[in-house]
Ligand binder design. Structure first.
Ligand code: T4K
Length: 379
């Protein structure tokens, strides 16, 4: 029996490298509340991400919730329905109302040509998602925001380390949230960050993630507990050392998938922007007129030990918790893509033989893949 191949597998540093990092934590007994590793990781990430301001958080969702809170917004926020639950939940949990705008058919990010028709006198912000690491139409979105006096907060959960024309992705908009969850290109076990340009945000976010505490006898904001602990930061410092190598390995795998699946009838792979340096976070395929329905192929792959995921199906505006408030048919591009999408297994140590096996299964040439030895499927 082959070991199952999951959609991803957390990237870990060598065991000894991490355990070595634990010694100073034990010696100092300083486990959390902005310790030494927290501060070191923050500085290293600022440099790596080419951003002016950065605050670390316990996870990406908390980072997004507190980033939204930092701006003191009221009213409606225009966002995409083609995303993880976190994006819309962070808006709603701030007492704001998400307004869903459709996405572009080629890279699945917010369709900038449809934003303005969603703007009302209650709109306060736009919250686009760099979904799968596809960078949004940042210049056009900024133009719209400037014209209407709106904030732009990016959900950049998938876009860690990316650049567009040499500009770190965290420089776009008023703030950008990054996720460092175990399943991400760069992980701190759980974790996240908010990048920003305006210096006042540094103080605001720092306080918001620590209950709004100003000093021992003063609490200024109704904050939360969003602090990244030292064990997370230590994992981040270790993983950062191996990041470039891991991104190169991911690139190799994505290239193989694209070579094998590109141009095949009924399979859309999405566009590649030559101005972007990608992190190769996800490998989405959209089935459109393929010989099998998405759910059929999904089940077929699972029968063969391959476990892709339907990121992102259903669309957020079809969730039970938002039922009767939204109509998924109002965002038909997102609705149709979510019905055809599947993200294929991708992680640095995924063997190319396994990628070939997955492609053979998809293309119906799996008989020719029978020679793949059982133990090469998952290493
Ligand atoms: N915005 C967007 C656009 C996002 O995609 C996300 C998170 C967020 C915001 C919020 O950021 P965080 O608060 O999470 O930092 C996973 C991740 O948990 C989630 O971070 C991610 N997006 C989402 C797209 O995927 P699940 O529920 O699908 O994960 P799960 O547990 O099914 O894991 C998937 C596979 O990953 C497993 O089959 C095996 C592998 N895995 C998983 C874990 C937890 C590991 O190898 N090690 C692990 O520890 O949500």
């Amino acid at each position: 029996m082959q070991k199952p191949v999951m959609v991803t597998r957390a990237t870990l540093p060598p065991f000894e490298e991490y355990t070595e990092m634990l010694k100073p934590i034990w010696e100092s007994a300083w486990l959390t509340n902005m310790g030494q590793f927290h501060e070191e990781l923050k500085e290293k990430l600022k440099e790596r991400m080419k951003v002016k301001g950065l605050e670390l958080f316990v996870n990406g969702h908390m980072a997004l919730e507190l980033a939204i809170q930092a701006f003191g917004l009221k009213g409606e926020v225009i966002t995409t329905p083609f995303t993880f639950a976190s994006t819309a939940h962070a808006i709603v949990r701030n007492g704001l109302e998400p307004v869903f705008c459709d996405i572009r058919p080629d890279d699945y990010t917010l369709d900038e040509t449809k934003i303005e028709e969603r703007i009302t006198d209650r709109t306060c912000a736009i919250l686009p998602v760099h979904v799968y690491g596809n960078i949004c139409q940042v210049e056009k979105i900024q133009e719209i925001a400037d014209r209407h006096g709106l904030k732009v907060i990016y959900d950049a959960a998938h876009a860690f380390g990316e650049e567009k024309d040499g500009i770190g992705v965290g420089n776009f908009g008023d703030a950008s949230m990054f996720s460092f969850h175990a399943t991400k290109v760069f992980n701190t076990i759980e974790g996240g960050a908010v990048a920003f340009r305006e210096t006042w945000l540094e103080d605001r976010l720092y306080k918001l993630k620590n209950f709004g505490i100003m000093g021992e006898e003063s609490v200024e904001y109704v904050g939360g507990n969003g602090k990244m602990n030292e064990f997370q930061a230590a994992m981040g410092l270790c993983n950062l050392r191996h990041l470039d190598e891991n991104i190169s390995k991911r690139e190799r795998i994505v290239k193989r998938y694209r070579e094998r699946l590109g141009g095949k009838e009924g399979i859309r792979l999405g566009t590649v922007d030559p101005a972007v340096s990608y992190n190769y976070a996800y490998m989405p395929v959209v089935l459109d007129g393929f010989r099998m329905e998405r759910d059929q192929l999904y089940a077929f792959l699972k029968e063969h030990g391959i476990h892709p995921r339907k990121y992102f199906y259903p669309c957020v505006n079809a969730y039970e918790c938002y039922q009767d408030r939204y109509d998924p048919d109002e965002t038909p591009v997102a609705r149709d893509i979510s019905k055809g999408v599947m993200t294929l297994p991708l992680y640095p140590d995924l063997p190319l033989e396994t990628v070939d096996y997955i492609c053979d299964l998809i293309l119906g040439t799996a008989g020719q893949a029978a020679s793949v030895e059982e133990n090469t499927l998952e290493r």
